[in-house]
Ligand binder design. Sequence first.
Ligand code: SF4
Length: 490
Amino acid sequence: MTASPPGAAPSPGRSGPARPPRPKFAAAARPELADTRLRRNLRGAAAALREREAAAAAEAADWEDLREAGRAIGDGALLDLDAHLEELERAVTEAGGTVHWAADAAEARRVVTGLVRAAGAKEVVKAASATTREIGLNDALSRAGVTVRETAVAEMVLQLGEDAPSHLLSPAAHRDRAQIAELLRRAVPAAGPGLADDPAALAAAARAHLRDRFLRARVAVTGANFLVAETGTVVLVESEGNARMCLTLPETLISVAGIDKVVPTWDDMEVFLQLLPRSSTGDRMTPYVSSWTGVTAGDGPREFHLVLLDNGRTRALADEVGRAALRCIRCSACQNVCPVYERTGGRPYGPVHPGPIGAVLTPLMRGVESAADASLPYASTLCGACADVCPVKIDIPDVLVHLRGRVVESRRRRPVPTPEMALMRGLAWTMGDPRRHEAAVRRGVRWARLLSRGGRIRRLPGLLGKWTEARDLPAPPAESFRGWWDRTRA
Ligand code: SF4
């Protein structure tokens, strides 16, 4: 297995003209914050899921034991990842499948595009997969003349609307029923102009749109929720059943999965198949749990390929604090409790990993060299709600603070200090000497009292004004504690 080169970009990486750099989180969040409809949709979706998940966790008497087991299995799998991956490769190969190793997104795209070409297909059906989004597969296939049909309804909606995902579990959570109905009326002629915006009508329109695509597809591409090393089995959970159609009808099946999806044994699935549905949709069980192992004569696809993707995961694994984030089972519970995510949605976090887990996974996998990636660890209030609900006990705030430290360290090496660094150096110099400190406090108090009206400072000048944009500052008292002490106790 090869590690990704430092800074390998998991994002699509087209071969065409260079894209403008991704904006920092705060800049990317501004338009989302101004979109009241999007915020209302997100608030409704997050609140509904939050309530269901809390109830589902509360009814399981051994919930805390399950969480602890999930943490321990995840840590154990990561500790011996190389051995588990080799075992997985052996088992897949013995079952008639082929394993391909991809160090980065470009290599994964090349492998999948080559396999689709070799199958002679001009169209593929795709089951929801954040990993294929991570490698920019749809763009790569369309450049190769292959049409990609998303089959998960939310992904299909995003594809038809040329939209970006906003949620791990419900990628189109920022769209309401009326918007989806409008989109289907426009993009799917068979839906008809009178398509109602009730769930049954929308589901029927989506089903009719997808059905013949399933029947004529010769190649399917899927992601995976888990890879069982001992048997070489791929496990995928979903609530629609569309992925299952991808697994059974086409002749060639290609599954793309991150190397962090490995679990050692089937017994481990007992834990994860309880944790995942309760933490993702608030259900006791996910409606469809599909598993497949290699190929079987006369049953299902004739060829099976498993593409194992690194793309920065070994880089994250090398980080002693950050590697805990690789335990993530993508349940989305942390998103549904996050006060930042609820207001901004998932898109400001970048194209692949939205929400609190994205704020740590993306910089862990890509590094903090770019301004956009370095801004993600700050996209949090550090309230800790994400750590409280995480079914595999990832302490996201702990990793965020660790990553903020890495961002500061990387800035220290710059030849020209940022305004914040210059300010901190000045403060360190001032506070390093009691006389300098006292003189600065005296001057600061005089200056602050000049700015105050009625005991409050409503606007600070210059860069400090950002602090008072959303709050007042109480005016300092006329006499400092030290002054009072000297005056009364001397
Ligand atoms: S970090 Fe935890 S809560 Fe968030 S998606 Fe991953 S497993 Fe779920």
